[in-house]
Write a protein that binds this ligand. Sequence first.
Ligand code: NAD
Length: 314
Amino acid sequence: MQRETLLVIGANGQIGTALLPRLQAQFGMQHVVAADLRKPQTETGIFELLDATKPDALVDIVRRYRVTQIYHLAAILSAKGESDPIWAWNLNMQTSLNVLEVARLHGIRKVFVPSSIAAFGEHAPKDGTPQSTLLDPATVYGISKVATENWLLYYHKRYGLDVRSLRYPGVISYQSMPGGGTTDYAVAIFHEAVREQPYTCFLAPDTLLPMIYMDDALRATLELMDAPEDRISVRTSYNLAGMSFTPAELTAAIQRHFPAFTVRYEPDFRQVIADSWPRSIDDSVARHDWGWQPAFDLTSMTQEMITRLTAFHN
Ligand code: NAD
Protein backbone atom coordinates (compact mmCIF):
# COMPACT_ATOMS: atom_id res chain seq x y z
CA MET A 1 0.00 0.00 0.00
CA GLN A 2 1.20 3.52 -0.81
CA ARG A 3 2.51 5.42 2.23
CA GLU A 4 0.43 8.54 2.90
CA THR A 5 2.05 12.00 3.08
CA LEU A 6 -0.13 14.78 4.45
CA LEU A 7 -0.02 18.53 3.82
CA VAL A 8 -1.64 20.68 6.53
CA ILE A 9 -2.31 24.23 5.29
CA GLY A 10 -2.92 26.86 7.98
CA ALA A 11 -1.05 24.58 10.41
CA ASN A 12 -0.24 27.36 12.93
CA GLY A 13 -3.85 28.23 13.64
CA GLN A 14 -6.05 27.14 16.55
CA ILE A 15 -7.00 23.79 15.02
CA GLY A 16 -3.74 23.14 13.13
CA THR A 17 -1.62 23.57 16.28
CA ALA A 18 -3.58 20.81 18.02
CA LEU A 19 -4.11 18.59 14.96
CA LEU A 20 -0.48 18.49 13.86
CA PRO A 21 0.90 16.34 16.74
CA ARG A 22 -1.99 13.88 16.30
CA LEU A 23 -1.27 13.48 12.59
CA GLN A 24 2.49 13.23 13.24
CA ALA A 25 1.83 10.44 15.77
CA GLN A 26 -0.46 8.58 13.36
CA PHE A 27 1.46 8.99 10.08
CA GLY A 28 5.08 9.65 11.21
CA MET A 29 7.03 12.94 11.49
CA GLN A 30 8.47 12.56 7.98
CA HIS A 31 5.01 12.14 6.46
CA VAL A 32 3.32 15.32 7.69
CA VAL A 33 4.17 18.66 6.07
CA ALA A 34 2.96 21.73 7.98
CA ALA A 35 2.48 24.94 5.99
CA ASP A 36 1.37 28.45 6.91
CA LEU A 37 1.86 32.11 6.01
CA ARG A 38 3.96 32.60 9.13
CA LYS A 39 6.53 30.47 10.90
CA PRO A 40 5.35 28.60 14.03
CA GLN A 41 6.67 29.63 17.46
CA THR A 42 8.31 26.24 17.81
CA GLU A 43 8.99 24.10 14.78
CA THR A 44 8.44 20.38 15.21
CA GLY A 45 8.75 18.29 12.07
CA ILE A 46 8.62 19.56 8.50
CA PHE A 47 7.48 23.16 8.01
CA GLU A 48 7.09 25.17 4.77
CA LEU A 49 6.15 28.84 4.42
CA LEU A 50 3.18 28.96 2.04
CA ASP A 51 0.68 31.50 0.80
CA ALA A 52 -2.10 29.15 -0.34
CA THR A 53 -3.61 31.87 -2.56
CA LYS A 54 -0.60 31.17 -4.85
CA PRO A 55 -1.26 27.96 -6.84
CA ASP A 56 2.35 27.52 -8.03
CA ALA A 57 3.70 27.56 -4.49
CA LEU A 58 1.14 24.94 -3.50
CA VAL A 59 1.98 22.70 -6.48
CA ASP A 60 5.69 22.97 -5.65
CA ILE A 61 5.15 21.60 -2.12
CA VAL A 62 2.77 18.86 -3.30
CA ARG A 63 5.35 17.70 -5.88
CA ARG A 64 8.43 17.93 -3.65
CA TYR A 65 6.93 15.89 -0.83
CA ARG A 66 4.72 13.62 -2.98
CA VAL A 67 1.70 14.70 -0.93
CA THR A 68 -1.28 12.30 -0.98
CA GLN A 69 -3.73 14.05 1.41
CA ILE A 70 -4.43 17.75 2.05
CA TYR A 71 -5.94 19.22 5.23
CA HIS A 72 -6.86 22.79 4.30
CA LEU A 73 -7.33 24.83 7.50
CA ALA A 74 -6.36 28.33 6.28
CA ALA A 75 -9.27 30.78 6.40
CA ILE A 76 -10.33 34.19 7.62
CA LEU A 77 -12.88 33.51 10.39
CA SER A 78 -16.31 35.02 11.06
CA ALA A 79 -15.63 38.14 13.14
CA LYS A 80 -12.32 39.04 11.46
CA GLY A 81 -13.86 38.60 7.99
CA GLU A 82 -16.42 41.35 8.65
CA SER A 83 -13.63 43.95 8.89
CA ASP A 84 -12.85 43.46 5.17
CA PRO A 85 -15.43 41.25 3.43
CA ILE A 86 -13.89 41.22 -0.08
CA TRP A 87 -10.45 40.32 1.28
CA ALA A 88 -11.97 37.52 3.40
CA TRP A 89 -14.02 36.18 0.46
CA ASN A 90 -11.01 36.24 -1.88
CA LEU A 91 -8.71 34.50 0.59
CA ASN A 92 -11.21 31.83 1.62
CA MET A 93 -12.29 31.05 -1.94
CA GLN A 94 -8.90 31.29 -3.67
CA THR A 95 -7.18 29.02 -1.18
CA SER A 96 -10.01 26.44 -1.30
CA LEU A 97 -10.19 26.42 -5.10
CA ASN A 98 -6.40 26.14 -5.34
CA VAL A 99 -6.48 23.13 -3.02
CA LEU A 100 -9.24 21.44 -5.05
CA GLU A 101 -7.52 22.09 -8.41
CA VAL A 102 -4.13 20.91 -7.15
CA ALA A 103 -5.80 17.83 -5.68
CA ARG A 104 -7.52 17.03 -8.98
CA LEU A 105 -4.43 17.57 -11.12
CA HIS A 106 -1.86 15.93 -8.86
CA GLY A 107 -3.57 12.73 -7.79
CA ILE A 108 -4.34 13.71 -4.19
CA ARG A 109 -6.26 10.83 -2.60
CA LYS A 110 -8.22 12.70 0.11
CA VAL A 111 -8.98 16.33 0.89
CA PHE A 112 -10.31 17.77 4.16
CA VAL A 113 -11.74 21.32 4.15
CA PRO A 114 -13.75 22.29 7.24
CA SER A 115 -16.98 24.23 7.09
CA SER A 116 -18.70 25.87 10.06
CA ILE A 117 -22.00 26.43 11.83
CA ALA A 118 -21.62 29.91 10.26
CA ALA A 119 -22.96 28.31 7.05
CA PHE A 120 -26.43 28.53 8.67
CA GLY A 121 -28.40 31.79 8.73
CA GLU A 122 -31.67 33.38 9.63
CA HIS A 123 -33.97 30.83 8.00
CA ALA A 124 -32.44 27.61 9.36
CA PRO A 125 -34.19 26.14 12.43
CA LYS A 126 -32.18 27.33 15.45
CA ASP A 127 -32.71 24.29 17.68
CA GLY A 128 -31.49 20.90 16.48
CA THR A 129 -30.49 22.46 13.16
CA PRO A 130 -30.79 19.62 10.63
CA GLN A 131 -28.13 18.40 8.19
CA SER A 132 -30.11 19.65 5.18
CA THR A 133 -31.80 23.02 5.51
CA LEU A 134 -31.77 26.48 3.97
CA LEU A 135 -28.30 28.07 4.06
CA ASP A 136 -28.55 31.88 4.08
CA PRO A 137 -25.55 32.98 6.19
CA ALA A 138 -25.22 36.48 7.61
CA THR A 139 -21.43 36.85 7.32
CA VAL A 140 -18.98 36.83 4.42
CA TYR A 141 -17.27 33.94 6.21
CA GLY A 142 -20.52 31.96 6.18
CA ILE A 143 -21.11 32.78 2.51
CA SER A 144 -17.61 31.52 1.69
CA LYS A 145 -18.26 28.29 3.65
CA VAL A 146 -21.53 27.59 1.80
CA ALA A 147 -19.80 28.22 -1.53
CA THR A 148 -16.87 26.00 -0.53
CA GLU A 149 -19.25 23.19 0.54
CA ASN A 150 -20.84 23.33 -2.92
CA TRP A 151 -17.42 23.30 -4.62
CA LEU A 152 -16.47 20.22 -2.58
CA LEU A 153 -19.59 18.44 -3.79
CA TYR A 154 -18.88 19.56 -7.37
CA TYR A 155 -15.32 18.17 -7.35
CA HIS A 156 -16.59 14.93 -5.89
CA LYS A 157 -19.36 14.49 -8.46
CA ARG A 158 -17.49 15.77 -11.50
CA TYR A 159 -13.97 14.45 -10.82
CA GLY A 160 -14.51 11.73 -8.23
CA LEU A 161 -12.30 13.56 -5.71
CA ASP A 162 -12.57 12.12 -2.19
CA VAL A 163 -13.51 15.33 -0.34
CA ARG A 164 -14.52 15.29 3.33
CA SER A 165 -15.75 18.08 5.58
CA LEU A 166 -17.21 18.91 8.99
CA ARG A 167 -19.27 21.93 10.03
CA TYR A 168 -17.29 22.63 13.20
CA PRO A 169 -19.09 24.39 16.06
CA GLY A 170 -17.03 26.85 18.15
CA VAL A 171 -13.85 24.97 19.06
CA ILE A 172 -12.56 25.28 22.64
CA SER A 173 -8.88 24.56 23.24
CA TYR A 174 -5.97 25.31 25.53
CA GLN A 175 -3.20 24.77 22.94
CA SER A 176 -3.42 28.22 21.29
CA MET A 177 -5.63 31.28 21.09
CA PRO A 178 -8.45 31.32 18.52
CA GLY A 179 -8.11 33.39 15.35
CA GLY A 180 -11.02 35.87 15.24
CA GLY A 181 -14.27 33.91 15.49
CA THR A 182 -17.58 34.68 17.22
CA THR A 183 -17.13 31.87 19.77
CA ASP A 184 -13.62 33.03 20.86
CA TYR A 185 -15.02 34.20 24.22
CA ALA A 186 -15.31 30.56 25.33
CA VAL A 187 -11.50 30.23 25.18
CA ALA A 188 -10.51 33.73 26.36
CA ILE A 189 -12.72 33.43 29.47
CA PHE A 190 -10.63 30.48 30.77
CA HIS A 191 -7.34 32.38 30.41
CA GLU A 192 -8.70 35.22 32.59
CA ALA A 193 -10.24 32.80 35.11
CA VAL A 194 -7.00 30.88 35.77
CA ARG A 195 -5.09 34.19 36.06
CA GLU A 196 -7.75 35.22 38.62
CA GLN A 197 -8.74 38.24 36.52
CA PRO A 198 -12.28 39.41 35.70
CA TYR A 199 -13.48 38.86 32.11
CA THR A 200 -15.45 41.15 29.81
CA CYS A 201 -17.61 39.06 27.49
CA PHE A 202 -18.53 40.36 24.01
CA LEU A 203 -21.75 38.27 23.90
CA ALA A 204 -24.88 38.60 26.08
CA PRO A 205 -25.18 36.13 29.00
CA ASP A 206 -28.05 34.13 27.43
CA THR A 207 -26.48 33.56 23.98
CA LEU A 208 -26.78 29.80 23.43
CA LEU A 209 -24.27 28.49 20.85
CA PRO A 210 -22.99 25.07 19.71
CA MET A 211 -19.43 24.34 20.90
CA ILE A 212 -17.02 21.42 20.89
CA TYR A 213 -13.91 20.60 22.92
CA MET A 214 -10.77 20.36 20.76
CA ASP A 215 -10.19 16.73 21.66
CA ASP A 216 -13.61 15.83 20.25
CA ALA A 217 -13.11 18.05 17.17
CA LEU A 218 -9.80 16.32 16.41
CA ARG A 219 -11.20 12.83 16.95
CA ALA A 220 -14.15 13.65 14.67
CA THR A 221 -11.71 14.84 12.00
CA LEU A 222 -9.54 11.72 12.22
CA GLU A 223 -12.56 9.38 12.34
CA LEU A 224 -14.14 11.05 9.31
CA MET A 225 -10.87 10.85 7.35
CA ASP A 226 -10.38 7.18 8.34
CA ALA A 227 -13.94 6.12 7.46
CA PRO A 228 -14.34 3.84 4.42
CA GLU A 229 -15.40 5.80 1.35
CA ASP A 230 -18.72 4.01 1.09
CA ARG A 231 -19.70 5.28 4.58
CA ILE A 232 -19.52 8.92 3.43
CA SER A 233 -22.97 10.01 2.23
CA VAL A 234 -22.43 13.77 2.68
CA ARG A 235 -19.97 15.45 0.30
CA THR A 236 -20.85 19.03 1.20
CA SER A 237 -20.14 19.01 4.96
CA TYR A 238 -21.33 17.00 7.97
CA ASN A 239 -23.14 18.64 10.90
CA LEU A 240 -21.09 18.03 14.05
CA ALA A 241 -22.20 18.62 17.65
CA GLY A 242 -20.38 18.57 20.96
CA MET A 243 -22.36 20.62 23.50
CA SER A 244 -24.33 23.87 23.65
CA PHE A 245 -24.08 26.48 26.43
CA THR A 246 -24.49 30.20 27.12
CA PRO A 247 -21.84 32.57 28.54
CA ALA A 248 -23.80 32.57 31.84
CA GLU A 249 -23.73 28.74 32.01
CA LEU A 250 -20.00 28.66 31.21
CA THR A 251 -19.35 31.31 33.87
CA ALA A 252 -21.26 29.23 36.45
CA ALA A 253 -19.24 26.11 35.49
CA ILE A 254 -15.98 28.06 35.94
CA GLN A 255 -17.16 29.56 39.24
CA ARG A 256 -17.42 26.02 40.66
CA HIS A 257 -13.58 26.03 40.43
CA PHE A 258 -13.01 29.79 41.01
CA PRO A 259 -15.88 31.12 43.17
CA ALA A 260 -14.52 34.71 43.04
CA PHE A 261 -14.43 34.82 39.22
CA THR A 262 -16.60 37.59 37.71
CA VAL A 263 -17.78 38.40 34.18
CA ARG A 264 -19.06 41.69 32.78
CA TYR A 265 -21.17 41.62 29.62
CA GLU A 266 -20.56 44.15 26.84
CA PRO A 267 -22.06 42.71 23.64
CA ASP A 268 -20.55 44.15 20.44
CA PHE A 269 -21.02 43.48 16.67
CA ARG A 270 -20.36 39.77 17.28
CA GLN A 271 -23.73 39.51 19.07
CA VAL A 272 -25.52 40.03 15.74
CA ILE A 273 -23.46 37.21 14.18
CA ALA A 274 -24.13 34.89 17.13
CA ASP A 275 -27.88 35.63 16.94
CA SER A 276 -27.90 34.43 13.31
CA TRP A 277 -26.37 31.04 14.21
CA PRO A 278 -27.93 27.78 15.46
CA ARG A 279 -28.40 27.17 19.18
CA SER A 280 -27.92 23.43 18.83
CA ILE A 281 -27.01 21.05 16.02
CA ASP A 282 -28.52 17.74 14.89
CA ASP A 283 -25.52 15.57 13.95
CA SER A 284 -27.46 12.31 13.52
CA VAL A 285 -26.18 11.80 9.95
CA ALA A 286 -22.54 11.82 11.14
CA ARG A 287 -23.50 9.45 13.99
CA HIS A 288 -25.19 7.11 11.52
CA ASP A 289 -22.59 7.22 8.73
CA TRP A 290 -19.29 6.91 10.60
CA GLY A 291 -20.27 6.45 14.22
CA TRP A 292 -19.67 9.96 15.58
CA GLN A 293 -20.10 10.30 19.36
CA PRO A 294 -18.82 13.30 21.38
CA ALA A 295 -17.08 12.56 24.71
CA PHE A 296 -16.93 16.00 26.40
CA ASP A 297 -19.77 17.97 28.00
CA LEU A 298 -19.68 21.39 29.70
CA THR A 299 -18.52 19.97 33.07
CA SER A 300 -15.73 17.73 31.75
CA MET A 301 -14.55 20.34 29.22
CA THR A 302 -14.37 23.02 31.96
CA GLN A 303 -12.41 20.69 34.27
CA GLU A 304 -9.95 19.82 31.49
CA MET A 305 -9.45 23.45 30.34
CA ILE A 306 -8.77 24.65 33.89
CA THR A 307 -6.33 21.81 34.62
CA ARG A 308 -4.39 22.37 31.37
CA LEU A 309 -4.31 26.18 31.58
CA THR A 310 -3.39 26.20 35.29
CA ALA A 311 -0.35 24.06 34.42
CA PHE A 312 0.44 26.45 31.54
CA HIS A 313 0.15 29.71 33.52
CA ASN A 314 2.15 28.47 36.54
P1 NAD B 1 -7.08 30.19 12.65
O1 NAD B 1 -7.47 31.57 12.20
O2 NAD B 1 -6.69 29.97 14.06
O3 NAD B 1 -5.87 29.68 11.73
C1 NAD B 1 -5.82 29.85 10.35
C2 NAD B 1 -4.37 29.75 9.91
O4 NAD B 1 -4.33 29.92 8.49
C3 NAD B 1 -3.45 30.82 10.52
O5 NAD B 1 -2.33 30.23 11.13
C4 NAD B 1 -3.06 31.69 9.32
O6 NAD B 1 -1.73 32.19 9.41
C5 NAD B 1 -3.19 30.69 8.17
N1 NAD B 1 -3.40 31.35 6.87
C6 NAD B 1 -4.19 32.41 6.60
N2 NAD B 1 -4.11 32.73 5.30
C7 NAD B 1 -3.26 31.84 4.73
C8 NAD B 1 -2.77 31.65 3.41
N3 NAD B 1 -3.11 32.47 2.40
N4 NAD B 1 -1.91 30.63 3.17
C9 NAD B 1 -1.52 29.80 4.18
N5 NAD B 1 -1.95 29.93 5.46
C10 NAD B 1 -2.81 30.94 5.73
O7 NAD B 1 -8.26 29.20 12.20
P2 NAD B 1 -8.71 27.84 12.94
O8 NAD B 1 -9.57 28.22 14.07
O9 NAD B 1 -7.54 26.96 13.15
O10 NAD B 1 -9.67 27.23 11.81
C11 NAD B 1 -9.26 26.23 10.90
C12 NAD B 1 -10.41 25.90 9.98
O11 NAD B 1 -11.52 25.45 10.76
C13 NAD B 1 -10.94 27.09 9.16
O12 NAD B 1 -11.39 26.64 7.90
C14 NAD B 1 -12.13 27.56 9.97
O13 NAD B 1 -13.07 28.21 9.16
C15 NAD B 1 -12.66 26.24 10.50
N6 NAD B 1 -13.47 26.42 11.72
C16 NAD B 1 -12.90 26.79 12.90
C17 NAD B 1 -13.68 26.96 14.03
C18 NAD B 1 -13.09 27.33 15.36
O14 NAD B 1 -13.83 27.51 16.33
N7 NAD B 1 -11.78 27.46 15.48
C19 NAD B 1 -15.08 26.76 13.96
C20 NAD B 1 -15.64 26.42 12.73
C21 NAD B 1 -14.83 26.23 11.62
